[in-house]
Design a protein around this ligand. Structure first.
Ligand SMILES: Nc1ncnc2c1ncn2[C@@H]1O[C@H](COP(=O)(O)OP(=O)(O)OP(=O)(O)O)[C@@H](O)[C@H]1O
Length: 266
C-alpha cells in the first residue's frame, strides 16, 4: 500500500504541492487530473522517490519512500516520465532490456528475455526490436519506453506503476491499449497511478480520480462522484456538458466551444 499523509513540496519559497493526503491499495488504478502547472508531476516525483516531501509522510509498504535505497526502489516501483532522452543509437530491444538491469548481475537470464519478449508483444513493439531507437517515431519511442518500465516490475507482486501522461503522443488504438494494460496490471495486484489530460479516458479506466488544483487535492472519488460540470469548471475553467454513457454508465465529457476575441491588426 502507498500512503501519502499530508505531503507538501516546497522549492525556493514556492509551495508546488500543498498538504495532499491519499492512499492506494494493490488492485487499484488511480488517475490524477488537473490543469497545467497544478502540481501533478511534482506529486508523482514525490511518489516515485525522486523528490522528498518537504512536509508530511509518504510510505510504500509501511516504509518511508525516502528510506529506500535506489536499488530497493527499482524493485518496488517503475516510473514512466513525460520525456525520456536517449542520445545513443541503442536498438529498441536494448532499451527495453535496460528495464531488467535491477534484476541481474552480468547477463540477462532466459527469464529476463522472456519477459521482454512478452511485454514487447503486448505494447506492439516486437517488430521494432532491432531498429535504432533514434530512428523511431515519437509514438513508437513512447511504446518502447513503456515496455522498459513494464519489464522492470513485471514479476514483482504489488508493484507501484507511476506514469506521467503515458498516452500523450499515442494514436487512438495505443491510447486504449496502454491504459488497458495498466488496468489489467492493477487487476493483477499492481498499484497504478497515472497522470492524464483526457477526462474521458480517465472516466473509462480509473477506479478513482484525484483532481488537483493549485497544488492541492481538490476532489478524490470515483469518476461518477467527481466528474461533473461544476467540478470540471472549478478545476479546468472550462464549460462542458457531462452525460452518462448509457453503455458503461460512466461520465462522458463534451467541452463547449471556446471563443477568442482577437484584437484588430490595424
Ligand atoms: N524546480 C522547480 N522550481 C520552481 N518551480 C517549479 C519547479 N518544478 C516545477 N515548478 C512549477 O511548479 C508548478 C507545478 O509543476 P508541475 O510540473 O508539477 O505541474 P503539472 O501539473 O505536472 O503541469 P503540466 O500539466 O503542465 O505537466 C508549475 O508552476 C511549475 O512551473
Amino acid at each position: 500500500m502507498l500512503i501519502a499523509d499530508h505531503i507538501s513540496y516546497e522549492t525556493g519559497k514556492r509551495m508546488l504541492v500543498k498538504d495532499v493526503s491519499f492512499s492506494i491499495r494493490p488492485g487499484e488504478m488511480l488517475v490524477i487530473l488537473g490543469a497545467n502547472g497544478a502540481g501533478k508531476s511534482t506529486l508523482l516525483r514525490m511518489l516515485s522517490g525522486e523528490r522528498t516531501p518537504s512536509k508530511g509522510s509518504l510510505t510504500l509498504h509501511d516504509k518511508e519512500v525516502s528510506h529506500y535505497s535506489s536499488p530497493e526502489l527499482a524493485l518496488k516501483r517503475a516510473v514512466l516520465n513525460q520525456q525520456n532522452i536517449v542520445n545513443m543509437a541503442f536498438m529498441a530491444q536494448e532499451i527495453v532490456m535496460m528495464g531488467r538491469y535491477p534484476h541481474y548481475q552480468n547477463n540477462p537470464s532466459a527469464k529476463d528475455r522472456e519477459i521482454c519478449e512478452e511485454v514487447m508483444k503486448l505494447t506492439g513493439t516486437t517488430h521494432l526490436a532491432e531498429r535504432s531507437y533514434l530512428s523511431l517515431s515519437g509514438g513508437e519511442q513512447q511504446r518502447v519506453q513503456l515496455s522498459r518500465i513494464l519489464v522492470q516490475i513485471w514479476d514483482i507482486p504489488n508493484a507501484l506503476l507511476l506514469m506521467d501522461e503515458p498516452v500523450s503522443g499515442l494514436d487512438l488504438q495505443y491510447q486504449q491499449q496502454t491504459l488497458a494494460i495498466a488496468k489489467a496490471l492493477s487487476k493483477r495486484g499492481f498499484m497504478v497511478i497515472s497522470i492524464l489530460h483526457d477526462i474521458n479516458l480517465a472516466a473509462q479506466y480509473a477506479d478513482r480520480i484525484l483532481m488537483l488544483k493549485n497544488g492541492r487535492k481538490w476532489y478524490d472519488g470515483t469518476a461518477s462522484e467527481v466528474l461533473n460540470t461544476k467540478n470540471i469548471y472549478e478545476v479546468f475553467e472550462i464549460d462542458s456538458d457531462v452525460f452518462t454513457n448509457p453503455k458503461t454508465l460512466k461520465p462522458f465529457f463534451i467541452p463547449k466551444n471556446t471563443t477568442v476575441n482577437l484584437s484588430s491588426l490595424s
